[in-house]
Design a protein around this ligand. Structure first.
Ligand code: MN3
Length: 197
């Protein structure tokens, strides 16, 4: 068994004009694919060959000697999750249970959006901003590089990739503009609601 690049949940041009086909062709077709190719090389002939992605992540997390394994495995997971966090015609306001939970946790959608944007902009260098469920409560967090919310303590609901490769072709150095567009035009709230379980 080898790891495979999961199919995108939409066409490469489906998120235009907010997230271009050119960005996705590099971000998915080159960056995400490279993590898959790298991980397959790293596990070949080791005791992790044939294990699931989650098993490789669990076996390598927090172990500096296995940083290469963790970084590539976690980046496969993070990107597969990130693609599902967007959809054509997405963004705007959540509805239903997730909307109610956001109001309870942050006071309002506007307060949630401001905190999420601040976490994404404030992450120095490469990384991710997240909405997670922690002990049954919503929380906004961010992680560096390939790091991710670690279950069972934290359960990922939503993420935005703030590595430069995620936005540079469309937004250049304007990370805040990318994150605002992600909030307004791209978030797949159906996926976020599904992640509540
Ligand atoms: Mn990326």
């Amino acid at each position: 068994m080898t790891f495979e690049l999961p199919a995108l949940p939409y066409a490469e041009n489906a998120l235009e004009p907010y997230y271009s086909a050119r960005t996705i062709s590099f971000h998915y077709g080159k960056h995400h694919k490279a993590y898959v190719d790298n991980l397959n090389k790293l596990v070949a002939g080791t005791d992790l060959e044939g294990k699931s992605l989650e098993e490789v992540i669990a076996a390598s997390a927090g172990n500096p000697a296995k940083a290469g394994l963790f970084n590539n495995a976690a980046q496969i997971w993070n990107h597969t999750f990130f693609w599902q966090c967007m959809k054509p015609g997405g963004g705007s306001r959540p509805t239903g249970r997730i909307a109610q939970m956001i109001d309870e946790a942050f006071g309002s959608y506007e307060a949630f959006a401001a905190q999420f944007k601040a976490a994404a902009i404030g992450r120095f260098g490469s990384g991710w901003a997240w909405l997670v469920l922690e002990n049954g409560k919503l929380k906004i967090t961010s992680t560096p590089n390939a790091e991710m919310p670690v279950p069972p303590g934290q359960h990922a609901l939503l993420t935005v990739d703030v590595w430069e490769h995620a936005y540079y072709l469309d937004y250049q150095n304007r990370r805040p503009d990318f994150v605002q567009t992600f909030l307004d035009k791209l978030i797949n709230w159906d996926f976020v609601a599904k992640n509540l379980g």
